[in-house]
Design a protein around this ligand. Structure first.
Ligand SMILES: NC(=O)c1ccc[n+]([C@@H]2O[C@H](COP(=O)([O-])OP(=O)(O)OC[C@H]3O[C@@H](n4cnc5c(N)ncnc54)[C@H](O)[C@@H]3O)[C@@H](O)[C@H]2O)c1
Ligand SMILES: O=C(O)C[C@H](O)C(=O)O
Length: 308
């Protein structure tokens, strides 16, 4: 039997990009669930009709009925309102929490064994909401943010040094908000830390652009980004379905790791068939730890507002 991935909110920008990426690469059968019923059907049909061109035999269906999604292996939750220029992700807290309540109940009813990847913003708070509402073990509720933030940082480093993005690794930890923590010491070009290759001023500029990466695109487009977020989510799905043991920063429920207790925050983890298979602990300088603590406090402020 084929593996099955459901994208809730899949008629929207990020969700359709995730669905298309999974279908193109024949990773699993894809179900698009969205309150926009006919749009979900139409997007599913459009992606399905791209499959012959891609040489993919993926089955893609869509609609508003969660029965279509029954027994999914992975569910990606992209349902949520995106921000507009001038807004912060945190402004979406209440409206998207209501959506998480509706969606999580339906997902758990039809796919109780799934691994859930949360994408809606504000990311860490929404992931924590889904974790609490679902009652799933922490290994199976994962927030997508660090893959995207690190990809942005890799893009900027590669452009600055005129090297292939394939040579560049980057780590961005913390909450997916204004307090995110890019880590230059752990960001490398062909294994060489960028602290050896760039001036502190250039590194500071790259970190700042990374932290503002979402706002930069929102200002240009009028709504938030979807191609890089969609690809980043699909990479996490692939790591799980292929049991790749891939190490990427993701938002996960911490229980003492990095000195953070009982809350979601972005840290490096190992992604495999069981979901989060390990939280990777790296040493931080005092300044890095202070920045991470500040970011954790910002996430906690949000989760306490919605009581999760
Ligand atoms: N974590 C990240 O890095 C990241 C990156 C990009 C976007 N986002 C967030 O992802 C969310 C989606 O962004 P988008 O650009 O795709 O928005 P969008 O408006 O294009 O799509 C959202 C979709 O969700 C659907 N939806 C709303 N309520 C629903 C419900 N109760 N059940 C099912 N479907 C429902 C809508 O009909 C719509 O099709 C936003 O909250 C955005 O902030 C997060
Ligand atoms: O910026 C946003 O609101 C969407 C997303 O979190 C992003 O970083 O692109």
């Amino acid at each position: 039997m084929n593996r099955k991935v459901t994208v809730v909110g899949g008629a929207g920008n990020v969700g359709a990009t995730v669905a298309r990426s999974i279908a193109n690469r024949e990773l699993a059968d894809v179900v698009i669930i969205d309150i926009a019923d006919t749009k979900a059907q139409g997007i599913a049909l459009d992606i399905l009709q791209a499959c012959p061109v891609e040489g993919s035999d993926t089955r893609v269906v869509g609609g508003s009925d969660y029965a279509l999604s029954a027994g999914s292996d992975v569910v990606v939750i992209t349902s949520g309102v995106p921000r507009k220029p001038g807004m912060s992700r945190d402004d979406l807290l209440s409206v998207n929490y209501k959506i998480m309540q509706d969606v999580t109940a339906n997902v758990m009813k039809h796919s109780p064994d799934a691994i859930l990847i949360v994408v809606a913003n504000p990311l860490d708070a929404m992931a924590q909401a889904v974790y609490r509402l679902s009652g799933l073990p922490r290994e199976r509720v994962i927030g997508m943010a660090g893959v995207l933030d690190s990809a942005r940082m890799r893009t900027f480093i590669a452009a600055e040094l005129n090297v292939s993005v394939e040579n560049v690794t980057a780590f961005v930890l913390g909450g997916h908000g204004d307090t995110m923590v890019p880590l230059p010491r752990y960001s490398t070009v062909a294994g060489i830390p960028i602290t050896e290759l760039l001036t502190p001023e250039r590194i500071a500029a790259i970190c700042e652009r990374t932290a503002n990466g979402g706002a930069e695109i929102t200002k240009l487009v009028g709504t938030s980004a979807w191609y890089a977020p969609g690809q980043s989510s699909a990479r996490m799905v692939e790591a799980i379905l292929k049991d790749k043991k891939l190490i990427e920063p993701c938002s996960v429920y911490l229980q003492g790791e990095y000195g953070v207790n009982d809350q979601f925050l972005g840290v490096p983890v190992k992604l495999g068939a069981k979901g989060v298979e390990q939280v990777i602990q790296i040493t931080l300088t005092a300044d890095e730890k202070t920045a991470l603590d500040k970011s954790a406090a910002a996430v906690k402020e949000l989760t306490s507002v919605i009581g999760v």
